[in-house]
Design a protein around this ligand. Structure first.
Ligand code: ZN
Ligand code: FE
Length: 256
């Protein structure tokens, strides 16, 4: 199995678009192209030829470059089956449990509804890479525009079995504000306190905080930690159902 070379392209205010290149086959995908221009520029610099677009969900800041890139390169567009009507130019539909091959690199597809009803994630096991769109962020998760807390808890639980070294290639640099919020619900988490010092130093210098790893998220992300004593105590929800705790954390973040 081939190991992908991954390039991170910051676009718009705080979006990250990714190029994933399989060196054995020369296949190259762009994940969630919000816009086309910076993707085409980066392709020029790397000399890679775009063969695929991988979309995680239908929002315009993830699919806005689809049609222009398809026109410019003739690439094939892959996206969520459950949302095929909302993915511009979709050619290949994938869903939960499917395997998708980019050249010689293989991804497992997860349905992860919550942020949108058709949201998916791509896990390239051989490259330790999880492209999770707006489902999981560094110390955060996506807003529940089209789903319920129970759905999102279930979606996030699909990442439970993935190795801790898996890199979380999420689609936004929301880390610093996520972390400030996380400290309000889990103020005694030393890993979180340490991480925020590191994040503040990085952002001061304009350095990306993405990707993180699943191991880091498990230790610091309040949306993966509804069973934390500290969180439950802070919320006054000791022993409550974890979906209710998650929902309360999400509600507070929406108003933060
Ligand atoms: Zn979104
Ligand atoms: Fe987004």
């Amino acid at each position: 199995m081939s190991k992908l070379e991954i390039k991170q392209i910051p676009v718009l205010n705080d979006n990250y678009v990714y190029l994933a290149h399989c060196p054995e086959s020369d296949a190259t995908a762009v994940v969630d192209p919000a816009v086309a221009g910076p993707v085409l520029d980066t392709l020029d610099k790397t000399g890679w030829k775009l063969t695929h677009i991988l979309n995680t969900h239908h929002h315009n800041d993830h699919t806005g470059g689809n049609l222009e890139l398809k026109k410019a390169t003739g690439c094939t567009i892959v996206g969520p089956r459950a949302d095929r009507d909302r993915i511009p130019g979709i050619d290949i539909e994938v869903g939960d449990g499917d395997t998708y091959k980019l050249g010689n690199a293989e991804a497992k597809v997860f349905d992860v509804p919550g942020h949108t009803r058709g949201h998916i994630a791509y896990w390239f096991e051989g490259s330790d890479a999880l492209f999770c769109g707006d489902t999981l962020f560094v110390m955060g998760c996506g807003r529940l525009f089209e789903g319920t807390p129970a759905q999102m808890v279930n979606s996030l639980s699909k990442f439970d079995d993935l190795p801790g070294e898996t890199k979380v290639y999420c689609a936004h640099e929301y880390t610093q504000s996520n972390g400030r919020f996380a400290l309000t619900v889990e103020p005694h988490n030393d890993d979180l306190i340490d991480l925020m010092k590191d994040v503040d130093a990085k952002r001061e210098k304009g350095i990306p905080t993405v990707p993180s790893t699943l191991a880091q998220e498990r230790k610091t992300n309040p949306f993966l930690r509804p069973s934390s004593d500290d969180i439950q105590t802070t919320l006054g929800m000791k022993g409550a159902d974890i979906v209710d705790v998650f929902a309360e954390v999400r509600r507070r973040k929406d108003n933060f």
